[in-house]
Design a protein around this ligand. Structure first.
Ligand SMILES: C[S@@+](CC[C@H](N)C(=O)[O-])C[C@H]1O[C@@H](n2cnc3c(N)ncnc32)[C@H](O)[C@@H]1O
Length: 460
């Protein structure tokens, strides 16, 4: 029996009603209000009138599914992908691309204004992707096994660990997605099942990962719970014909939430891909973080280099440097650049990339960003300029304090998560830095994800 609405919660699960969409929340969904009560609805756009069904009604907010758009927004468009809203990989295919860009700018303006109050700059227009589709050069599909034993490529349902079989992915680079599909088809010739932590913990095959470059090189990595996949050698010719330039097996018998284990064995081709951006050559191992859209990464580099504007008198620090994406182009202009990164494989790539790019004044160390900053101005020299590109969680406690002590002349903060950026900008302002500009980048078209660069300098 559904319970009746309480005084504070005006709806119950199963209610059907018409709502007006106020705007987007911080995540993928639209927000509608019933009095003061907030309901999140996927697949709607700001200003639309929608007929929805309440799927949950908790004390703080509710959720609803969309039944019908009664009054569409002017910027509503037809989604390109048959799996849109079933698969959790995209959230905005129903919105015209120009409107997606404007809504990311508005989202970031809210973040920055909330963090900095009167000190907030106007957020710049979002830098558009080269193309609104086909820009994801890293694709990781799980494997799903039908009751008849057949394997299909799968991605996660929105907000769920459940997998959905996927037959197309226009958001991905076409070479990457076609190779995933063809690989799964070929894997059906082998007698191996799809791993599932609960129902098939002994089955061999976990995921198919493809990283492609802008010049059409494709590294195919098959993730399995054993170091070898018996019979895979027999498929190599056909995998090559399907577009795989390299084929590797990654051994991951651990955490279900982690895509890759630490050991990758090459079966065919080169163990790395090489991407050419901003005049540098980057070597990328499967385990190294590298931006999903290389063309947008190049835009990011240009903005960071332009703001920091290193001269041959400057030493630059790059915190959370990954494979040296920012460190190398900064080193080109600076006296020296130092990159610090926790992942030792990424540091190996960064050093190899420096050598490939003939850059001799970049130094890299595997370690912790905070530990390195603490040593600067003591046993190590002070950096004049600092770039930092932390994970979604933002800067760890202590970083802002060290930056306050070191007072670099300019800071470039690359963020992939507005919520942590909000906290960190507030702390940086309190530590005496002024935010001069914020630029959003559409690293993930068709999603609600907002990448940005905040440009800071010491307040006068
Ligand atoms: C968003 S990625 C950025 C990498 C690089 N700047 C780029 O754009 O390709 C964040 C990186 O920070 C690294 N990382 C996370 N916590 C760290 C820490 N405390 N110290 C150093 N690196 C860390 C991760 O391994 C990851 O490579």
């Amino acid at each position: 029996m559904p319970r009746p609405p309480s005084r504070d919660i005006p709806v119950v699960r199963g209610d059907r009603l018409s709502v007006t969409v106020d705007g987007f929340g911080d995540g993928p969904d639209g927000i509608a209000r019933i009095g003061d009560y907030i309901v999140f609805v996927p697949g709607v756009l700001p200003g639309e009138r929608a007929y929805v069904e309440i799927t949950s009604a908790a004390r703080k907010y509710g959720r609803a599914s969309l039944l019908e758009i009664e009054q569409p927004a002017a910027d509503r468009v037809e989604p390109r992908c048959a799996h849109f809203l079933t698969c959790g990989g995209c959230h905005r295919q129903h919105q015209a691309y120009a409107a997606q860009l404007r809504s990311k700018q508005a989202r970031l303006q809210r973040t920055v204004s909330f963090a900095l109050g009167d000190g907030a700059p106007d957020v710049a227009p979002t830098v558009a992707a080269a193309s609104p589709y086909g820009e994801r050069h890293k694709v990781a599909a799980q494997l799903l096994q039908a009751p008849n034993g057949r394997l299909t490529a799968a991605l996660h349902r929105a907000r769920s660990p459940e997998l959905v079989a996927i037959h197309e992915c226009p958001a991905s680079d076409a070479l990457a997605w076609d190779l995933v599909e063809r690989t799964v088809e070929l894997l059906n010739r082998l007698p191996h099942g799809a791993w599932d932590p609960w129902f098939a913990p002994k089955a061999l095959l976990r995921s198919v990962l493809v990283r492609t470059t802008t010049d059409g090189y494709a590294h195919l990595v098959l993730v399995a719970i054993e170091p070898r996949i018996p019979g895979l050698e027999d498929l190599l010719d056909e995998l090559r014909a399907a577009g795989a330039s390299s084929v590797s097996v990654n051994h991951n018998d651990g955490d279900p939430a982690r895509l890759l284990g630490p050991h990758t064995e090459l079966l065919d081709g080169r163990p790395f891909v090489f991407e050419h951006l901003a005049g540098c050559t980057y070597r990328i191992a499967p385990t190294t973080f590298f931006q999903t859209s290389p063309r947008m990464a190049e835009q990011l580099i240009e903005h960071v280099v332009e703001w920091l504007a290193p001269t041959p008198a400057d030493d630059v620090g790059d915190l959370y440097c990954g494979g040296g994406l920012l460190t190398l182009p900064l080193a080109r202009r600076a006296r020296s650049a130092f990159g610090i990164e926790r992942n030792g494989f990424a540091i190996d790539d960064a050093r190899a990339s420096a050598s490939e790019s003939r850059i001799q004044n970049a130094t890299f160390r595997a370690g912790d960003s905070l530990g390195w900053l603490r040593a600067c101005g003591r046993e190590l020299p002070k950096p004049h300029l600092v770039a930092m590109d932390p994970p979604r969680t933002g800067l760890e406690a202590g970083i802002v304090q060290e930056l306050q002590r070191l007072r670099p002349a300019r800071l470039a903060y690359v963020s992939c998560e507005p919520q942590s950026l909000q906290r960190d900008l507030r702390d940086l302002q309190a530590a005496g830095f002024r935010c001069a500009a914020v630029v959003p980048f559409d690293m993930f078209p068709q999603t609600c994800h907002v990448e940005s660069v905040a440009m800071l300098e010491p307040a006068r």
